[in-house]
Design a protein around this ligand. Structure first.
Ligand code: SAH
Length: 220
C-alpha cells in the first residue's frame, strides 16, 4: 500500500505509523484518508510513557483511571464508518479518553466536539491535541449520556464507551440524515450504526466489540 503524506496537517508519517496503517489495511480498513491520518498520528504521546514501546501495536492499552485507549483497528473502523457517506461538517464524540480518536477525527473533519466524564483524562487529552497543533476541537467535562445539547444537532456522533442501551439524547441530537456509531451491550457488545431519517431511525449491526462501559454522571 502506498500511503501519501497529507499536506494540511503539519505532522509527517512516521515509520511506526506507516507500519501500523499497513497492518490495519491488511485487516480490512480501506479508506485512504483514514490510513494516512493513522500513519502520521504519534500514538505514543497518547499512552503512559511506560507503555510507549507498545504504542504502535494494534491493541488497546490502559491509560489510567481504569480506562483504555481504543485499539487502532477499531478507531480506524469507526472513523471509516463516519466518513462512509460523505464528510460530516461536525462530529460529536462521547468518551475523549486519551484523545487519540479525537486527534484522528480532528484531522479528518472541520470541527470536533468531545465529551469526557473524567476531568484528569480530559486535561491530558487537551494538552496532547495542543502538542499536535490541533485547534478545531471543543471539549466538555460532563456526562455523555446527555450529549451536548447546546451544540446540537450533529451530522455524526461517535461513542467510544458502551451503554447498555442507546441514549435517547444522542438520537435526539442527530440531524436528519445524521449517523450515530455506538457500541451497545454489557458482556457482549455490538457496534451499531444508526441513521436518522426524520422521526425514524435505521439500525445496522457492524461487528462484535469490547469497550469500557458508558458510566452515567461526571466525576471531577
Ligand atoms: N476513544 C478513547 C476511548 C477511551 S475509553 C481513546 O481512544 O482513548 C472510553 C472513555 O469514555 C473513558 O475515558 C471514560 O472515562 C469515558 N466515559 C465513560 N462514560 C462516560 C460518560 N457517561 N460520559 C463521557 N465520557 C464517558
Amino acid at each position: 500500500m502506498n500511503i501519501r503524506v497529507g499536506s494540511r496537517i503539519s505532522g509527517k508519517s512516521t515509520r511506526s505509523g506507516v507500519i501500523l496503517a499497513q497492518k490495519l489495511h491488511a485487516e480490512g480498513i480501506s479508506n485512504q484518508r483514514v490510513l494516512q491520518v493513522i500513519a502520521r498520528t504519534p500514538r505514543h504521546i497518547f499512552v503512559p510513557e511506560i507503555l510507549a514501546h507498545k504504542a504502535y501495536d494494534n491493541t488497546a492499552l490502559p491509560i489510567g483511571q481504569g480506562q483504555t485507549i481504543s485499539q487502532p483497528y477499531i478507531v480506524a473502523k469507526m472513523s471509516e464508518l463516519l466518513l462512509d457517506d460523505g464528510m460530516p461538517a461536525s462530529i460529536l464524540e462521547i468518551g475523549t479518553g486519551s484523545g487519540y480518536q479525537t486527534a484522528i477525527l480532528a484531522q479528518l473533519t472541520q470541527k470536533v466536539f468531545s465529551v469526557e466524564r473524567i476531568k484528569a483524562l480530559q486535561w491530558q487529552a487537551k494538552r496532547r491535541l495542543q502538542l499536535m497543533d490541533l485547534h478545531n476541537v471543543s471539549m466538555k467535562h460532563g456526562d455523555g449520556w446527555k450529549g451536548w445539547h447546546s451544540k446540537a444537532p450533529f451530522e455524526a456522533i461517535i461513542v467510544t464507551a458502551a451503554p447498555n442501551e442507546v441514549p435517547q439524547a444522542l438520537l435526539d441530537q442527530l440531524t436528519d440524515g445524521g449517523r450515530l456509531i455506538i457500541p451497545v451491550g454489557e458482556q457482549t457488545q455490538v457496534l451499531k450504526i444508526i441513521t436518522r431519517d426524520g422521526d425514524q431511525y435505521h439500525e445496522k449491526q457492524i461487528e462484535a466489540v469490547r469497550f469500557v462501559p458508558l458510566v452515567p454522571g461526571a466525576v471531577s
